[in-house]
Design a protein around this ligand. Structure first.
Ligand SMILES: *Cc1c(COP(=O)(O)O)cnc(C)c1O
Length: 426
């Protein structure tokens, strides 16, 4: 009785006792107050720990999903001092410049397009293109491409928000050029453009046919292709060897522009391997109309993203992609190297065995295809213990085993994997 009836500590005393958590005092006061009110002051430490773990935390991605949507898609290195930079400043004239100029010109060069601009993400890019080029008018979209991409990007809903009207063309499995032609000439229709959407995260098989950009370009109205994943060039000249098999069928910026798309849109943080951003590239006139639309101001990105994206574009142009860009570094690792790493990790931690694994590009890119990989396998479901490690290691389970796939792990983080494995309960 005497133990439980002891006076609870004051909120301030309890909060101060949690300073070691590294959390700011006002947060600790909230936690202390709630724990005292619940009659369990001794639980405050756990709550502080849980709060700390609810903050954005760097983790080791051992899932084998290289662009893991829940882990921020492409991992990007970035360091920037608090310096002013020429975000909207023209050094030649000393007057205001265009926010789109610096990075836009690099992406235009990369894609083989006349012009390019950058917005917040690919959803913004599609929204802006539709609002700027087709508000109050019709946009022809194949029924097979009226899709939802992960994270609630739904073509009909984006269309509605843009003020453009969706005109369904063809059928779910087959859409031919003649279907588009009919939609364009149908009395009452006012088709401003054709939107072709890459159905990134699913695949229809069997009796299917879509109309390639090359044919759509004959229609005589602007063709906008949302290629989604941001593969720059289908020939993948920046990696060692031939284009990997898992990329087959993935639309690429250079080829889609060369095939006659008037505009393309894609994400910055998928196969491009950069920060979250949306790239619009193509005809100078159409890009200028997008840039002049009032929504462009609301959807623009800041200097932090622009300077990171500039580094990414320069890496492609310098052909240093597989050294500079984490995603392509992971892709480029030979299986033999992954196997060596797995053996070293197992020897150093004294835990696990080497297994063949299959890694995925992720982020809805190249659905249904895998790339060969190697994992460290441990018996049982250890996912929770591995998440408790500091820093957390995120794996997956398969057939009653926990697999840590090494293709998505930076070799510099192997030491963390070793420590996390060695700390597992036996
Ligand atoms: C991923 C994707 C989007 C959404 O891009 P975000 O950059 O996530 O906004 C839109 N369209 C396609 C085809 C995609 O693959």
């Amino acid at each position: 009785m005497s133990e439980t009836s002891a006076r609870p500590p004051s909120v301030d005393t309890l909060a101060r006792s949690l300073t070691g958590s590294g959390l700011p005092h006002p947060i600790l006061v909230d936690i202390a107050r709630a724990a005292i009110a619940a009659g369990r002051p001794e639980s405050a430490g756990e709550h502080a720990d849980a709060f700390r773990r609810s903050l954005l935390t760097p983790v080791v991605n051992a899932t084998g999903v290289l662009l893991h949507t829940n882990l921020g898609r492409a991992p990007v290195a970035h360091a920037q001092a608090a310096l002013a930079q020429t975000v909207e400043f023209d050094l030649a004239t000393g007057t205001r410049g265009s926010r789109q100029q610096a990075v836009g010109q690099l992406f235009a060069r990369l894609c083989g397009a006349e012009s390019a601009m950058i917005v917040n993400n690919n959803a913004s890019a599609v929204l802006l293109v539709l609002a700027a080029l087709a508000a109050g008018r019709d946009v022809a979209v194949s029924r097979g491409e009226s899709v939802e991409i992960g994270g609630a990007f739904r073509v009909p809903e984006v269309m509605e928000q843009s003020g453009a009207r969706l005109v369904d063309v063809g059928t779910t499995n087959r859409t031919r050029l003649a279907d588009y032609e009919r939609a364009i000439v149908r009395p009452g229709n006012d088709v401003a453009l054709v939107l072709k959407v890459h159905p990134s995260n699913y695949r229809v098989e069997g009796f299917v046919e879509d109309t390639p950009v090359r044919e759509l370009a004959e229609l005589g109205i602007p063709v906008v292709a949302d290629i989604g994943s941001g593969l720059v060039d289908a020939t993948v000249p920046w990696i060692h060897g031939a284009p990997p098999a898992w990329l087959a069928g993935e639309p690429a910026a250079v080829q889609t522009i060369a095939d006659g798309a008037d505009l393309i849109t894609f994400s910055g943080d998928k196969l491009l391997g950069g920060p979250q951003a949306g790239i619009i590239a193509g005809s100078a006139e159409l890009v200028a109309r997008c840039a002049a639309h009032p929504l462009a101001r609301a959807l623009r990105c800041g200097g932090l993203v622009l300077s990171t994206l500039q580094e990414v574009a320069l890496s492609y142009l310098h052909r240093t992609v597989t050294t500079d860009i984490a995603f392509w570094r992971m892709v480029d690792q030979p299986v033999s190297q992954l196997r060596d790493r797995a053996e070293r990790i197992i020897a150093a931690s004294g835990v696990g065995s080497v297994v063949d694994s299959e890694a995925l590009p992720g982020a809805g890119s190249a659905p249904g295809v895998t790339m060969p990989s190697i994992g460290v396998s441990v018996e049982g479901d250890m996912l929770s213990s591995l998440r408790q490690h500091d820093p957390p290691v995120i794996g997956r389970t398969r057939d009653g085993h926990t697999i840590l796939d090494l293709r998505s792990v930076d070799p510099a983080d192997d030491a963390i994997v070793i420590a996390a494995l060695a700390a597992l309960p036996t």
